[in-house]
Design a protein around this ligand. Sequence first.
Ligand code: ZN
Ligand code: ZN
Ligand code: ZN
Ligand code: ZN
Ligand code: ZN
Length: 471
Amino acid sequence: MPAKCKQRERILAAGTVDIPVLPVGAIRGNLCFRCFSPSSNILKCSACKRAGYCSKECQKLDWSIVHKNHCKIFKTINQVEESQYQEKRTWDEYSDYLVISCALLLKFVRQFLIFIRAQPYCSSCRRSAVQLSSRKITLTRCDKCRLVFSCGDCNATHKPSVCVAYQNHAHVENFRIGFFEDTGKASPVTCTQFPCKTRKPLKDAAGWYDYFVNISDKPQIKDIIKPDFSGLTNVVGEVGTAKEKEDQERMRMFLLCATENLTMPLTVLAALEDINWDKPHLNIHILGATGREMLALGNFEEMLHLVPSLKGLHITAVGPESWAGSAEQTSAYFPKMDLDCCPACKSDGRMRSIASFKGVYHDFATTPEYEKPDLMVLFNSGFADGDDAESHWAPTIRMVVQGDVPALFTTYNEQEAQNEKTIMERLGASFVVEPEKNMWRGLVPTPEFIDEEYGVWFQNAYRYVVYGTKG
Ligand SMILES: [Zn+2]
Ligand SMILES: [Zn+2]
Ligand SMILES: [Zn+2]
Ligand SMILES: [Zn+2]
Ligand SMILES: [Zn+2]
């Protein structure tokens, strides 16, 4: 019986920084909203018709923890939906509707957007589950992926490639839920266990598989996991026992999900190779930092483990959503704090430290704590396309381009990278690396629900590096 997922808010309040987000499987009616258990008989909340539970017990518990408030907001959403009812919508019309509804919802809280974005709907007429249910029209889920639907009027089918992508996503969500139940951690973090004696440049690697086998320390996956991590090799299928296959599949999912964190230090390291940076102490500023970078902090030790000449790594996380330390602390700056290193690093006298500024970067730059970094990093900043693009980012981006410091940018997709490139060119930025597919992107495809029907995005999918202005 799941215990940790069920009590995730309590676990979060007790100081754990990372808990699983509500799975798409729950929003689309396969998993309980409270304990995330799968159930073929999910009971819907009769008031909002959006939250669903495996049992009365979970429903009661969820009501007391969050749903009492959520239910009201969901009912408001449903009224908006009803006022916009159409018999049939094209994808563009449906997508526009999602954009407008999400903008309305931003008035409440950001975390609700996923409930709307990922809501169940008929893949042909694009009426939502709530709209169909109030008209007594059935909505049937695909029995393979269980995440794509057709209404009784349409009897639509979806492409096999879409079905497989959603099956894989359900598999990842299932792994993450089990992993949290087993370990109390929402996402796997893994480093090369011992620091390397000689540096093996990332630019010589062919990708993640090569990194795990030849640069890091996971040669055991060779000939077992497929090089693109899409599954196990045929060899396993032929000779392995059921138990072996299960363990190896777990290993595959662990490494696949671990790339979601490892993408950060490796993408930074690749950028340092691009600018031929090679000094004993590295000072990085992460702009637009959120809890995600904080969670992945342990993973940045990987940089020390892959670069023998690196003795010190200092990271300053800067952004309106960065952390500011304790509640008593009034300043926006959270001073430099040493982080623990592994025994091998410690005996080598290596150091890691972190500081944080809760605010925008161009404000941080005017404070006495500001020290010019070796590299500025903007992971998936969305400065050209995001909700807060103009207001927050414009002065910072001008500063980044005009400063004499190299800057690494990543984006969720190619279009976003191209839009950012246009702005960069207008500002006269000089490119060290033009926008390109990032070899060190996270490997987990995450469904995207607004820009493109059945689209997916990846952590740090595209990347580019700029350094000052031209001429
Ligand atoms: Zn439940
Ligand atoms: Zn409800
Ligand atoms: Zn339909
Ligand atoms: Zn399907
Ligand atoms: Zn270490």
